[in-house]
Design a protein around this ligand. Structure first.
Ligand SMILES: C[S@@+](CC[C@H](N)C(=O)[O-])C[C@H]1O[C@@H](n2cnc3c(N)ncnc32)[C@H](O)[C@@H]1O
Length: 255
């Protein structure tokens, strides 16, 4: 990596199928979520036919979170997981809804307050790569459909490992790679035609949903992500395929 006089670097990464400078990636991801924030929940329900709720329910079940726990929902966006954790941890517990994007965070905060949920929830603007929390702080961390968008995923996994308590769990819910060839073909056809079309009709933004389809294909597959979690220090790393591997839930423990 070489440095330029203005502090920028020549290091590149991918934004969907495009190769971009690392600084540009963060800006382009930010543009996507500023653009989609107000219609994010509606689009999630439409694109998945509501099935994202089942994926998230399974994540909550596997988290083992109990009353009194301290939970971080990083890249938490509009707060679906945070809302559920808030009820489980109760008055003695705490949930931090953190996201790098202030538009997503604002939609999430307004939604939770409207649902009377904000009492034990703290809202924090933070980058998953550089978490602003003490070592050994959380009982559980979730990152749902967020890791795919992070520039340096290894850095983010190491940061999450640092702020988890010993015995704490990380759950990574993310799009992954279906194994069945027929399902893969149908899923590809759906992703590259229907998602941009729905994006255009509902948010007047086809590009953000084209990025969604491309970023899913560029994300590490199930085994690769499991290996990355082990490298970051997580033990008992394992994953559960859902909807034929369209989505996978990875779980790791900080021993
Ligand atoms: C697809 S949304 C997921 C929101 C929510 N977790 C859910 O499952 O509905 C991805 C979120 O990741 C956030 N994000 C992207 N890069 C991030 C980073 N480096 N650190 C923290 N959040 C990030 C985005 O702002 C966006 O809110």
């Amino acid at each position: 990596m070489s440095s330029k006089a203005d502090g920028a670097t020549d290091k590149t990464t991918h934004f969907g199928y495009q190769t971009v400078n690392v600084e540009e990636k963060a800006e382009r991801v930010a543009d996507v979520f500023h653009s989609v924030a107000s219609k994010y929940d509606l689009m999630n329900d439409l694109m998945s036919g509501g099935v994202h709720r089942i994926w998230k329910k399974f994540t909550i079940e596997l988290s083992g979170v109990r009353a009194g726990n301290r939970v971080l929902d990083i890249a938490g966006g509009t707060g679906d997981l945070t809302a559920k954790f808030s009820r489980i941890v109760g008055e003695q517990g705490q949930v931090v809804l953190a996201d790098i994007n202030d538009s997503m965070l604002k939609v999430g905060r307004d939604k939770l307050i409207d649902h009377g949920i904000a009492g034990n929830v703290q809202f924090t603007q933070a980058d998953a790569q550089y978490l602003p929390f003490p070592d050994n702080y959380f009982d559980c961390i979730t990152i749902a459909f967020g890791l795919r968008n992070v520039t340096d995923k290894d850095l983010a996994l190491a940061s999450m490992f640092r702020v988890l308590k010993p015995g704490g769990r990380l759950l990574v819910l993310e799009f992954s790679k279906p194994k069945n060839t027929l399902l893969k073909k149908a899923y590809d056809a759906y992703s590259f035609t229907m998602l941009p079309l729905m994006g255009k009709l509902i948010t007047n933004d086809a590009d953000s949903y084209r990025y969604l389809a491309e970023s899913i294909r560029m994300h590490p597959d199930q085994e690769t992500l499991k290996g990355m979690m082990k490298t970051a220090g997580f033990s008992e790393a394992k994953y559960y395929n859902m909807t034929g591997g369209v989505v996978a839930l990875h779980k790791g423990i900080k021993a």
